[in-house]
Design a protein around this ligand. Sequence first.
Ligand code: CA
Length: 438
Amino acid sequence: MSLINQTHSTDLSSWVESANSQNGDFPIQNLPFAIFRRKNSDEAFRGAVAIGDQVVDLAALAKLELFSAVVQQALIACSQSQLNDFMAMPATTWSALRAALSDALASDSPLQAQLADTLIAQAEIEFDLPCRIGDYTDFYTSINHATTIGSFFRPDNPLLPNYKWVPIGYHGRSSSITVSGQDFHRPRGQTKAPSADEPSLGPCKRLDYEMEVGIYLGSGNEMGTAIDIDSADQHIFGMCLFNDWSARDIQGWEYQPLGPFLAKNFASTVSPWIITNEALAPFRQSWSRDPADPQPLDYLSSSNNSELGAYDIQLQVTLQTQKMRAANNPGQQLTKTSFNHSYWSVAQMVAHHTVNGCNLVAGDFFGSGTQSGPSIDQVGSMMELTSAGKNSFLLDNGESRTFLEDGDAVIMSGFCEAANATRIGFGEVRATILPAKV
Ligand code: CA
C-alpha cells in the first residue's frame, strides 16, 4: 500500500522562494491549513494554506475561479470562518485541493501571477481555531507515560491490566481549547495535601504541561456504524501540536473514581496549523506490538496498520521563563521525543472509539495523550521530569523548576524528517501562564 503521490515529490520546488529553504516548516510538500485574518484588523476569519513564510488566502483564491468544480467547492468551504464544512468533505476532495494547490504553487506554474495576489506574509496575520471543535477525546497512548504516572499514583500497580488491550481515553471538554498565543490564568481548585485533614480551595500549585499530538477528524460515521481500522485514513483530516495543561494537585485529589475532571478542563492549546494526514504520508512507519505483549483484538489489527500505522513526528518542549524572556533568551529545550513510540496507532484510536457505534463528526478532536519516549530526556510532562514533584531541575540560567510558575511560557514544536522525503514542520504552540485570578 503506498500513500505517496506527486505532491510529496522531493523534486518539487515553489515559485514562493521562502518555501525552498532547507529547514523550513512549510515547503510545498506540506501545505497545512489554518484559519486566519490580518493582525489587528476586523476582517472576517477565513482559511489559509501555508507556503514558506507566506499564506495563500483561500477566500481570495476562491474568487478567482481557477480550478475544477470539485476544487472550487472545496475552496468555497475553506472561505468560511471555520474549516468544518471542508473537513466533512470526502478525503478525495481534500486530495483534489492539495493537488491543485501543489500544481499552482510549483516553480513552473502558469498560475503564478494570479496566485501571487492571494499571498499574505505570515508575519502579518493572526489565527483563530481552525474549526469548531465538537467533541474532544483524550487518549493515553504512551505506555512509558502511563507506566511512570501510574507508579506515582499506584506504586504497586502502575499499569492497569486493561492498558494493553484497550486504547484508554476519556471525554474531555472542548470549550477551553484555544489556539497558540492565547495565554490563560493559573486555575484555582480544590486540593488536599497528604498530611492535611481536609481539602482547601486555592491556586493550583502543581501546574504542568502535556506534550501531545492533536488529531482532527474529518468526515464522520453514522451512529451505530463503526469505522473499520482500514477505513480510518478516510476520516483522519490531519494533526497538530497539542498542549493539554494539567493541574496535578487537583488531579490527585479528584481523579478517583471517575477520572480527570477540573484538573484537565481549564485550558488546552493547539498549534494553528493542521498538517494534513496526506502530507504526513512519507513519515509513516510500521507499527508493531512486542511479541511478549497481548496482540490487539481483530478490530484493532490489520496488515495496513502493521505496515504504516505509526507516524514519526518529532516533538519537543521548550520552557521560556519570564527571566529568560527579559534577557531575550528564546528558552531552553526540556525534552524531545517521537510520536512513533505510541503504544496505540491513530487508526486504532478511530476504530476503538467507534466500535460501540459512537458517531464521530467533522471537527471532532483526539488528544494522543502525553507522549513520552523511554528515557528521561524524552518525557512529555514535568510530572515525569521531577518524579511527581520530588526533584526540581536546574535551568541553564540558574533558575530551577518543579512545576510551572507564573510568567512561564511553554513552547512545543514538531517536525518530520525521513529518507527520500522533504522535511515538513508543524510550526509551534505557545502560551504563557498568567497569575491566578482572585
Ligand atoms: Ca492529556
